[in-house]
Design a protein around this ligand. Structure first.
Ligand SMILES: [Zn+2]
Length: 301
């Protein structure tokens, strides 16, 4: 991909303070670390009720026009492609892309300190607890902090209002981008997912071509075909069956509505309906974010 340049045109003109974002991340890390040190889930809940901004009173605002100082959250149901767009945006802005799903997989693969606890939860088919997610996230931010990284885009976190409140208590999330895709297209996209069993590459064999009707625009999403050397090695994830995907979407919608409302009521939610595949959606997303990618034609290709 060509090197990206970007203009940041006053995304939030009301931002006023110029406090160091490094200290913000550090505060979050400190806060999350101390919160998650409690051993039982109930004491964590108790300690999480009276969430306050850090005592040092640092105004929690990002620098105006500091394009690599964004504190953004990506919401969107499984399969909508939020990882793809969060990753592209983090490259464009030069900020961390923190996907909690990746953090969990990495911890499991690396046999890190949380791996045994995590393996037990995952093997029993349960959701990973807030405590573990927060531990992983705080470790990741700490590692970034050590390398001088400040801004971030969170992908897959927060997932619940309680998690959102923890974030809210210590750091000013600038913007929450809610990526949406109509359900029939989403279902087809999830069922078309394939993974190369040799290189792990992700592809999609679904060609989505829904005609517009009753004033609603159609949607076209071309397949993401594998290169010839992967084509014969494609596998489907065992949980990408229609039944499981539908259930996953139902659970997601149920869980996410209160979270969306949480951010909507704070004026931070940007709803973005994906108009199609990446080449169509990427420029429109940038437009919605008031961002420019001077190489967007090549980047979207
Ligand atoms: Zn391959």
């Amino acid at each position: 991909m060509a090197a990206l340049r970007v203009s940041f045109r006053a995304l939030r003109p009301s931002s006023s303070s110029s406090s160091s974002s490094n200290s913000l991340v550090f505060s979050l890390v400190r806060y999350l670390s101390s919160s998650s040190s409690s051993s039982s889930s109930s004491s964590f809940v108790d300690s999480g009720v009276n969430l306050q901004k850090p005592a040092n009173g640092v105004p929690l605002r990002r620098k105006p026009n500091g394009r690599n100082d964004v504190h953004w959250v990506f919401l969107g149901c499984p399969g909508v492609g939020k990882g793809t767009y969060a990753s592209r945006l983090s490259n464009l802005l030069g900020v961390l892309h923190i996907a909690t799903g990746d953090l969990i997989r990495e911890e499991l693969a690396s046999s890190g300190p949380l791996a045994p606890k995590l393996a037990e939860v995952v093997n029993r088919g349960k959701l990973v607890s807030d405590e573990i997610v927060i531990d992983l996230l705080s470790n990741r931010l700490q590692a970034g902090e050590a390398k001088g990284e400040s801004g971030f885009i969170l992908d897959g976190f927060p997932r619940t209002i309680r998690q959102a409140e923890i974030l809210e208590g210590v750091i000013d999330i600038d913007l929450v981008i809610n990526l949406k895709l109509r359900e029939d297209a989403l279902l087809a996209k999830c069922l078309g997912r394939r993974i190369c069993s040799e290189c792990g590459g992700n592809f999609n064999i679904a060609c989505i071509d829904i005609k517009g009707e009753d004033g609603k625009p159609g949607i076209y999403m071309p397949p993401l075909d594998p290169p010839p050397h992967c084509a014969s090695k494609l596998i489907t994830r065992s949980d990408d069956t229609e039944e499981v995907v539908k259930e996953r979407l139902r659970v997601y919608n149920e869980m996410s509505q209160p979270l969306e409302e949480f951010y909507r009521s704070r004026g931070k939610l940007l709803e973005f309906d994906l108009p199609g595949g990446i080449p169509e959606s990427w420029p429109k997303l940038l437009q919605a974010l008031n961002l420019e990618d001077h190489d967007q034609r090549s980047a979207a290709a």
